[in-house]
Design a protein around this ligand. Structure first.
Ligand code: ADP
Ligand code: ZN
Ligand code: MG
Length: 490
C-alpha cells in the first residue's frame, strides 16, 4: 500500500482515543494505579464490583481532564454526570462501565496538526475539531495467549481512569490520522497526564473511516477499526481500509457499517461485528455518584498545574533564541527535553548554540544508547559551561565534541576540570601555530610542490596535518590564516 488515496476519491477519518491517566489511584477506589503488578493484586471491593461497595470519584482524574480540556481550547461543562453502560464480559465484574453520558466534561476543542500535502491543496496546518473529552473507567484485561483452553482475567486495570477523546471526521488520509494521534500523544505526555506508553495500552485508538467520491458532500459508509495501539498500525489499517472501500465503491458493491479489527500478522482488517450486532447498553445515570460540578476552585487548580503550553512555548523560544520552526519542534519533543534546552541556553547565554548541542551531540548520544535524557549523566550547567568554553575560545569545537563531551558523560568532572586535567586548552598563540605550519610544510615537500604547481585541493590536507600536529587543540581560524599567508596563492 503506497498510502496515496486514489484520484477521484476522498477518505474521511475520525479517531476515538483512549488515554489512561497517570493518577496515583484508580478512578473510583483507592487501589494503586500501576501497570505491571502481580495479576489481581491491585483490586478491592469497589473495582471488583462486590455488592454494597460504593465508588468515590478521584479528584486528580478530574483535574487532569480539565488540564487537557484547557490545552485543547475546549469548553468545560460546569455540570456533567456519570452513567452506567451495561454489558456482560468477564473483565467487567460489575456488569457495567461507569462513563460520562450525553454531556461530556469537555466539549468543542481542537488541535492543529500538519496537513498531508498528498490530499490537501494548502501547506497550512489543519485544525482537527475535538467533539468531546469525557471521563470513564477502564475494564480489566482478558488474556487467551497463555493457554488456548482457558481465558485468564486480570482486574488490575479495572477502574483505571481513562479519558476518551472523540475527534471530528476532519482527517483526510491515514498519514494525517497518525499525525493527529502523534500530536495528541505529544500533548498528553507533555502535560504529564499520561505516560503515553502505547505498548502497555496507556494510549489506544479506534479509527472510523469512510470514503466518498471527490465533490460528494454526504459521507460514505463508515467502518470502525478497533483498538489500534501503534502509529504504524493506524496508518496501515487505514490505508488498507481506504483501498478496500474504493475497490467496493468502484465495483458498485454495497457494504454495511461495521466494526473491524486489524490483524497485524496478516496485514488486513476483518469483521468483528456487523451493524445488526450493535449492542444496546441500556445506559442510565449512575445512582451512586453525584453530578460532577466544576467550580472555580477545580479550574484554578488545573490551570495552575498546566505548564506553558507547547504551542505558546514554541513561539516564545523561536523569538528568544532565534530558532527555526524545525529546531523549535525538535526541542519541544518532550517537556523534559525543552526544559533541559532552556536551562542550558541560560547557563551559556547562547540559545542557538544550546539548540545545536541538544539536537546534535546530545540527541546523537541518546539515539546511539537508546536512552532518555534522564539516564544521561549530564546536566544543563555542565553542558552550558562546555558551550561557553567554545564560545570564549578556551577550547575549539573539535576538542569540545571529541574530548570534553565524552569525558563529561563519563563523569570525569566539570568541563573546566576536564580541560585542565587533559591539557586541552586551545592554542591561540600565533608563533606556536606558525612553527607547526613550518614543520608540516617541511616534512611534506611533495604535496607542497604539487600545491605550488596548482593543485589547490591539497590545502585541506595541510590544514588537517597542522591540526594533527597541534593535537587537535589549535585554533582552526588562525591555522587557516597562517596557511594562507605562508602558502600564498598557488
Ligand atoms: P457513534 O455514535 O457511533 O459513537 P459518533 O458520531 O460519536 O458515532 O462518531 C464516532 C467517531 O466516528 C468520531 O470520531 C467521528 O469523527 C467518526 N465518524 C463519524 N462519522 C464518520 C464518517 N462518516 N466517516 C469517518 N468517521 C466518522
Ligand atoms: Zn479498587
Ligand atoms: Mg460516539
Amino acid at each position: 500500500m503506497d498510502g496515496k488515496v486514489k484520484v477521484g476519491f476522498e477518505a474521511v477519518i475520525g479517531l476515538e482515543i483512549h488515554v489512561q491517566l497517570l493518577t496515583q489511584s484508580k478512578m473510583f477506589c483507592g487501589c494503586e494505579n500501576r501497570y505491571g503488578s502481580e495479576p489481581n493484586s491491585r483490586t478491592c471491593p469497589v473495582c471488583l464490583g462486590l455488592p454494597g461497595a460504593l465508588p468515590v470519584l478521584n479528584a486528580e482524574a478530574v483535574i487532569m481532564a480539565l488540564m487537557l480540556g484547557h490545552a485543547i481550547h475546549g469548553s468545560i461543562r460546569e455540570v456533567s454526570a456519570f452513567y452506567r453502560k451495561q454489558y456482560f464480559y468477564p473483565d467487567l465484574p460489575k456488569g457495567f462501565q461507569i462513563t460520562q453520558g450525553p454531556i461530556a466534561l469537555v466539549e468543542d476543542g481542537w488541535l492543529d496538526i500538519p496537513g498531508d500535502p498528498e490530499v490537501r491543496t494548502t501547506h497550512d496546518s489543519v485544525r482537527v475539531r475535538i467533539q468531546r473529552v469525557h471521563l470513564e473507567e477502564d475494564a480489566g484485561k482478558s488474556s487467551h495467549e497463555m493457554d488456548p483452553e482457558h481465558t485468564y482475567v486480570d482486574l488490575n486495570r479495572a477502574g483505571v481512569p481513562l479519558l476518551e477523546i472523540v475527534g471530528a471526521p476532519d482527517l483526510r488520509s491515514a498519514q494525517e490520522a497518525s499525525g493527529y494521534l502523534k500530536a495528541l500523544h505529544h500533548l498528553v505526555t507533555y502535560l504529564g497526564i499520561s505516560d503515553g506508553n502505547m505498548e502497555e495500552g496507556s494510549l489506544r485508538c479506534d479509527a472510523n473511516v469512510s470514503v466518498r467520491r471527490v465533490g460528494q458532500t454526504a459521507f460514505g459508509t463508515r467502518v470502525e477499526v478497533k483498538n489500534l495501539n501503534s502509529f504504524r498500525f493506524v496508518r496501515q489499517a487505514l490505508d488498507y481500509e481506504i483501498e478496500r472501500h474504493i475497490g467496493l465503491i468502484e465495483k458498485g458493491e454495497p457494504f454495511e457499517q461495521e466494526t473491524r479489527g486489524w490483524d497485524a500478522a496478516v496485514g488486513t482488517t476483518r469483521t468483528l461485528r456487523s451493524k445488526e450486532a450493535v449492542m444496546d447498553y441500556r445506559s442510565f445515570p449512575e445512582p451512586d455518584l453525584p453530578m460532577l460540578v466544576i467550580e472555580h476552585k477545580e479550574m484554578a487548580i488545573a490551570i495552575a498545574r498546566l505548564p506553558e503550553l507547547p504551542e505558546i512555548r514554541k513561539k516564545r523560544i523561536i523569538g528568544s533564541y532565534s530558532l527555526t520552526d524545525y529546531e523549535a519542534d525538535m526541542l519541544l519533543q518532550s517537556r523534559a527535553f525543552a526544559d533541559f534546552f532552556e536551562a542550558t541556553a541560560v547557563a551559556c547565554e547562547n540559545g542557538k548554540q544550546a539548540a545545536h548541542w541538544m539536537l546534535g551531540e546530545v540527541s546523537r548520544t541518546l539515539n546511539e544508547r537508546g536512552q532518555g535524557l534522564g539516564q544521561l549523566d549530564l546536566d544543563p550547567q555542565n553542558l552550558g559551561e562546555l558551550i561557553h568554553l567554545v564560545e570564549t575560545h578556551a577550547i575549539n569545537l573539535n576538542t569540545a565534541k571529541e574530548a570534553v563531551f565524552p569525558a563529561l558523560l563519563a563523569g570525569e568532572g566539570t568541563p573546566r576540570q576536564i580541560v585542565a586535567q587533559k591539557g586541552l586548552t586551545q592554542v591561540m598563540d600565533q608563533s606556536v601555530i606558525e612553527a607547526l605550519v613550518r614543520e608540516v610544510l617541511a616534512v611534506h615537500p611533495e604535496p607542497l610542490a604539487q600545491f605550488r604547481a596548482g593543485k589547490i585541493s591539497l590545502r585541506g590536507f595541510f590544514v588537517g596535518q597542522v591540526m594533527k600536529a597541534g593535537k587537535g587543540k589549535v585554533n582552526p581560524q588562525i591555522v587557516n590564516e597562517i596557511l594562507d599567508e605562508t602558502l600564498g596563492k598557488p
